[in-house]
Design a protein around this ligand. Sequence first.
Ligand SMILES: Cc1ncc(COP(=O)(O)O)c(C=O)c1O
Length: 422
Amino acid sequence: MSDKFKLPARYGAGEASIWVQYIEFVAKHKPAVNLGQGFPDYPPPEHVTKALSEIATGENFLLNQYTRGYGHPRLVQNLSKVYSPLINRQLDPMNEILVTNGAYEALFSAILGHVDTGDEVIVIEPFFDCYDFMIRSAGGTPRFIPLKPKATEGVQTSNSWVLDEKELTSLFNSKTKMLILNTPHNPLGKVFNRQELELIANLCKKHNVLCLSDEVYEWMVYEPNKHIRIATLPDMWERTITIGSAGKTFSVTGWKIGWAYGPVNLMKNLQVVHQNCVYTCCTPVQEAVARSFEFELSRINTPECYFNSITRELISKRDYLVKVLRENGFNPTVPDGGYFIIADWTKLKDKIDLSSERDKYQDYRFTKKFAKESGVLVIPPSAFYSEPHKSLGENFARFCFIKKDDNLALAEKLLKEWNAKK
Ligand SMILES: Cc1ncc(COP(=O)(O)O)c(C=O)c1O
């Protein structure tokens, strides 16, 4: 009986993901400050939430019913208006864009729609944890390559984490179907530069490989870095699927609307997966995201446009948290994009007794014990590595800084108090 109902082998051991585990941890231990999961703890832009509240009770009651399966027309049209100038080509809203249930489902549809049994997919570590699961459930094999920190003097920034060219080249072979890129990167905050993207692009072209580019943090890039869309590199459009997220773009992660865009022949495969599992995403939320884009498009090149103001808002939070971490025994890598900081905690090793924690990896033990003692919850980065490479993440903890200033100040107070007790 029990054997008959076991989890199908394609889903592996079926362990709870890091997010499920740490949300349960929060419910049980109620840390005073949650710098764990990547969402803002302050209100989204007013025009965004106002749009949604007006839609549900507005005159057009049909906005509460099913809409076009591949994407609500007003949303795909606005996505085309936003991205066409950025990728230097006219995006066909009806055929080259798919609206999905968050970037998560865009990843799922792209991976399940393209990866077949026996295919290999190159994944850059650390990686957003669901990539691995999705590749395996499609019958593929992930081939991992870690970004490694260069030995630098002075301040460590995310861009000093680099790929080894020889190692990357050696992963490409006749079975390679796809490479997954994430820029700006979670959790490092690395913004891949042109030279790095060219290396990846040239290998993809040489070996006829697709590039799945997860760009959900595309608007959060700190000067002088620039976000470069790999789809804009020569001859990359035809082999690139790019993913974005309304949750990250408008600071509404609970809305779970995302999208993928790319050439028609590649997008067809995603549509097949999407139409048979999700079929269509929430209409009023898509309408609200469409109106939010319209609002931002009307002020696109002004400092007030949210795509510009979010970076200003975040950079002071980043710098504040970097300073707090340094003053309290952590060694942070300063991120060039996104809203996470990876910080080495090993200088605090002698101050914390991890023997009561049962987890296999020491960053899990550290983050749990630290949260119980200090009241500050952060995420263990070994969750973003494949099993053989988990040790590369064990000395670090991931801090999210898209949090209100009061909570960042509370984190500072708690870190100071924790240090003083030790
Ligand atoms: C790199 C990356 N990709 C995808 C996602 C999922 O985005 P969404 O909430 O739109 O599904 C996240 C969310 O944290 C992420 O960090």
